[in-house]
Design a protein around this ligand. Sequence first.
Ligand SMILES: Cc1cc2nc3c(=O)[nH]c(=O)nc-3n(C[C@H](O)[C@H](O)[C@H](O)COP(=O)(O)OP(=O)(O)OC[C@H]3O[C@@H](n4cnc5c(N)ncnc54)[C@H](O)[C@@H]3O)c2cc1C
Length: 461
Amino acid sequence: MPDTNAKPKTVAILGAGPVGLAAAAHVLERGMEPIVLEAGPQVGHAIRQWAHVQLFSPWQYNVDKAAERLLVAAGWNSPAADDYPTGGELVAQYLEPLATRTPLKDRIRTSSRVTAVARKGFDKMKSNGRALEPFTVRYRNGKGVETLKADAVIDASGTWFSPNPAGADGLTAIGEEEMAARIAYGMPDVLGSARDRYAGKTVAVLGAGHSAVGTLVDLSRLKDEMPTTEVIWLLRGDKPEKAFGGGASDQLAARGALGTAFAALVASGKIRIESGFKVSHVGRDGARIHVATGGASCCRSVVVDELVVATGFRPDLSFLREVRLALDPAIEAPLALAPLIDPNLHSCGSVRPHGAHELAQPEPGFYIAGMKSYGRAPTFLMLTGYEQVRSIVAEIAGDREAAANVELVLPETGVCSGPAPGATDMAASGCCGGPAPEPASGCCVADVKAKAEGKKGCGCS
Ligand SMILES: Cc1cc2nc3c(=O)[nH]c(=O)nc-3n(C[C@H](O)[C@H](O)[C@H](O)COP(=O)(O)OP(=O)(O)OC[C@H]3O[C@@H](n4cnc5c(N)ncnc54)[C@H](O)[C@@H]3O)c2cc1C
């Protein structure tokens, strides 16, 4: 149990999204002092970028228990458990009240971007006495550079602001930065605030996850309203059906319904599909943009007015250079968590309950939680993050028993098949297994054919 005589521990929480604020609620409940640093001008800054998107988890899965206790004590009425909020409603009806009507309001610093985390007086290499020293958290706000001393740090800064680029090799495609004005990342609001940018245009969407599917469904609705709108789906793999999800067997009905609607859209032929499309170049084509696979002039390309890149997200590790981390080389998630969420091994979205133990880093007292803890892997749900931070905060408070007693039942995607060949026991125990990503191989057909005929190809495979 926590040592009541000691000065309450200060816990720095990076990011005021749902998981960061839940962590702060648990820290407060445990009699410690949370300080939340949020880069954006308001809490829920990342979610506000996709405020138009309807969540596929109903309210009962979106509210953290400790946060709810704080809110109810402040007279908050919880929304109907089975209703599905949009991102904007989640912020307005939950995160904003949590940040303004509860004791958390004095513990959140917005417009405070964390730029570095380190051990006070210790660089990464120095060990002796390291764990006895507090953390230094450096952040930038309107006044300049500030520092915060903390006994523990929970990095819940998400991944929304570090989207993967268009390049199939994980790099920006050649010309991608130069053409940034015609490229959007994530889920632009094509039916709302960004309607004029996309209506009547030829729009390509690159990606095969929920963000790409959601944007393609919205664009097809825009096409219904403005028939001159042309929609092109660019996917790296060659199995479009992989994006259809579990449909009726998805335990999150709204997520299943999105997949079913998308399957019908694909079957309708309303959108043009370019599969096996591994982007390498983006360039100008008059007033439009040219998106190509292989060499700029080579092989396959599309000419469009706008490109939406929805190829997933990755963690920003730049401000953690002085922290001792152990992350999976591929997923960039904590080592013990990675096999449970690796999309090369799993597709069902459920994950074994996990907490402080799986999320611990070689740097004692430092944890990555929330969307960021999943690294580059998809399928993170807030419910997972809430259990992560409940356990982490118990650990920081010294309540080992509560920290270890992790519980989590997640709605499965319904896209399951037996453990992948070679899956480790850990991976196999994570869920019912079955690889998610498409086994896309070589690139442009022409090239492969040429090589098969012993002719010199165009070098894109
Ligand atoms: C379009 C979309 C739909 C989703 N739908 C669902 C759903 O239906 N159900 C579900 O459970 N999950 C869903 N998710 C997944 C996930 O739950 C959300 O992304 C959720 O917002 C993750 O919460 P988080 O607190 O971990 O991160 P975020 O909400 O991303 O919060 C991180 C915060 O950290 C801040 N930040 C970033 N860098 C810094 C820095 N250097 N210093 C200080 N602050 C920083 C950001 O501004 C941001 O406000 C969805 C995700 C997306 C993108």
